[in-house]
Write a protein that binds this ligand. Structure first.
Ligand SMILES: [Fe+2]
Length: 343
């Protein structure tokens, strides 16, 4: 005999399928690398405003492969990512389609969207240096380039060089110099590591607090996430042990990355998909979306959260178009192997 839970699930499924047939034109389906809690409140707001039902599929890995495998039959209308990497890969594989939207072009600065409209950045973050308050004098480190300076020998912590965040940063060094320079730089940084690359961004800041290293690479939003972490209050101490360094303020600016969205190649609800991305780039959504993860809004003129204003309000970000970094990520990955960065 089926349990009541099974019956309930079956009933819900029946209702859902009836609804989806009846409202086929009034829904939009998202494949999201972003965690649900970061976007759910906004999606509800969108549904309330427009009557369009949003169906969200989240997953850490494999969404691109799923999209590719499903091909024309994919229900996905929007690919939502937490970084430029998968957006760029999806674009290269022809899994997403160009969108011409005056609204999106006006809302999102040029360097945060594809020149052909195949992807759009929706929130921004910088890859910064977390520097020990006790052991690094303010102003002592000012450029990514200086991380290769022997004065930092045995004093730097980072996660794997192969992680997508680091690949984008290394790609930006290739873009602003050249491959040969980047290789030498990466070798220099490797020589300065306090330990074999490991863990995630937050655990590097922990290592700074513990005295394992003095400088750590990490995305800027982790500072906010640590500083306000009531569930794991020890993370507040990690955050309080460091100063934030936004590198290259006197030249190109700190390396920037985005979370973003693209409309899929075979989107069954293409118009709704565009509407939703326009909503996420709107004034109303931008503050909430950025604040949910301590990120920066991409829309010019959108106020920052109080936390961002207090700790990272004014800095210069690199304005290179992230499309330029796309192909260089492969070069970066090769260099990481070549110098044995993770060994
Ligand atoms: Fe992250």
């Amino acid at each position: 005999m089926p349990s009541s839970r099974t019956l309930l699930a079956a009933a819900t499924l029946a209702m859902a399928s009836t609804a989806s047939v009846a409202q086929a034109a009034n829904e939009v389906n998202i494949y999201s690398y972003r965690q649900a809690f970061l976007i759910q409140p906004l999606l509800e707001e969108f549904s309330k405003d427009t009557g369009i039902q949003v169906n969200l599929v989240t997953g850490g890995n494999g969404l691109l492969e799923r999209l590719e495998h499903e091909g024309r039959n994919s229900p996905a209308d929007i690919l939502l990512t937490a970084e430029i990497g998968p957006l760029y890969d999806a674009t290269e594989k022809g899994l997403v389609s160009a969108v011409q939207s005056d609204e999106l072009n006006a809302s999102i600065p040029q360097h945060y969207r594809d020149p052909e409209g195949r992807w759009f950045g929706l929130t921004a973050r910088s890859r910064i240096v977390y520097a020990s308050k006790d052991r690094v004098v303010e102003g002592e480190l000012t450029r990514y380039e200086d991380l290769a300076d022997p004065k930092w020998k045995g004093r730097i912590c980072t996660r794997s060089g192969k992680h997508t965040y680091n690949l984008s940063l290394i790609a930006s060094v290739v873009a602003h110099h050249d491959e040969a320079y980047a290789e030498q730089w990466l070798e220099g940084v490797k020589a300065n590591l306090a330990r074999k690359p490991q863990g995630n961004d937050r655990s590097q800041v922990k290592a700074v607090m513990e005295g394992v290293c003095d400088l750590a690479l990490g995305n800027s939003y982790y500072f906010g996430k640590m500083l306000t972490n009531d569930k794991q209050p020890e993370q507040k101490e990690w955050a309080q042990s460091v100063n934030l360094v936004f590198p290259n303020q006197a030249d190109r600016g700190a390396h920037m990355n985005i979370s973003g969205a693209a409309v899929t190649q075979h989107a069954p609800n293409r118009d709704n998909a565009i509407k939703l991305i326009e909503f996420l780039a709107s004034e109303k959504a931008q503050t909430i979306y950025a604040e949910a993860n301590s990120e920066f809004p991409v829309r010019p003129g959108t106020p920052n959260s109080a936390l961002i204003d207090e700790y990272m309000g004014n800095f210069k970000g690199d304005e290179i178009n992230l499309n330029e970094l796309g192909p260089l990520r492969t070069v970066a990955s090769r260099l990481v192997d070549k110098v044995g960065f993770d060994n």
